[in-house]
Ligand binder design. Sequence first.
Ligand SMILES: [Zn+2]
Length: 411
Amino acid sequence: MTRIASILQTSLLGAAAVLAGPVTTVPWNGHKGAVTFTYDDACASQIANVFPSLESRKIHATFFVPGGYNFNSTLDSWKQAAKAGHEVANHTASHADLSGLDSTKIEQEIRGQDSAIKALDPSVESVTLAYPFCNTSPLVNRIANRHNIIARTCGGNAQFEWTTKPSEWMSMTSFILQDDATTATALTEIDNAAKNGTWFVTLNHGVGGDWMFISTEQMNSLFDRAIQNGAWVGTYQEIAAYWRASKTMDTVSAASGAANWNLKWTSPHPKMPRSVPLRVKLDPSVFGTAPIVSQGSQRITPQTDGSFVIDFMRLEMMVAKAGSNIKAKARAHASLTTTRDGWKILGLQEPSATYTVRAASGESLASGVVAMSTNGLIPFPERNATEARFLELRSIDTGLQLWSSALPLAR
Ligand SMILES: [Zn+2]
């Protein structure tokens, strides 16, 4: 049975189950499973021993920092960590047990540390939280949810299956690493993540020092095992946002227009990161075998496995229908002249289009929007103008190429 027929049948049966959409997210960004390493309490040993290990392996981790002496005396290190692509996130302003506080105090603990983290680097927004002592309550969850897309507790084996829809994103467990035995178990769990396609989340305090610590060599063995297994090793925010986004993406339906399918959706949480790259596959029984995908004026080129990496947070995408004749129509009418200030398009059958000026190598030298209302002028590139060889115009609506031409020399 085709996908369409099965969706139809399911609808006729009136099933309340979530229907699979024509676009599906590739589990764990195309990896066998996922692993996130998280660290609490801004321990000095994390700065000394974990940062260099992560850097030499080119992987990223999450550091849940509480306010207080450890954090305040090492602000520059955390600033550097954020700059290096690690996640510096919230472990409350005073490392308080939130489950014992009233709503005003809980709010203060979370917001206070959110601000302290933002002060490190204005481009960083903390949208994940780790509860001190792993303690939460329904009230704490409710308040945490105002500021975070996910919040971490601890205990248990901390494996999450791709197809699971968590019932409480504000109470997600993690595996505590603190000695030889837990290190051995974690190695097995990292293997299980790859074997079963799950997300495994660990929690450390000290590494090679401080408290509840494992050695730096033990930590490195866990990193190396995750990498060898082909797991997606990413920050808590990165993987949680991807996974949350998939729950929306996989239910989006495609509205059929004259020349395109239009897909629109809404963000699952107000604190989702500004950009969430999502690797998706399009059902060929709906979109054909060579779909042309765009978001806004940006054409998304397929990956080698046929998937597309879209930005989920643009909240829309478009797939052009095969046989659309927009390209042929526009090509017949446009022409190009050179003026003192730039090139000029004549007779384009669209009020405006996006343009890209390319060098012989294909490298983009300039891009923007050209409008017939401003005489179709495309200014010369500010840099390397003499290298310009080709011009490409694309439809703002569909992302389809409208027209391309060799360029006369700029000056
Ligand atoms: Zn803590």
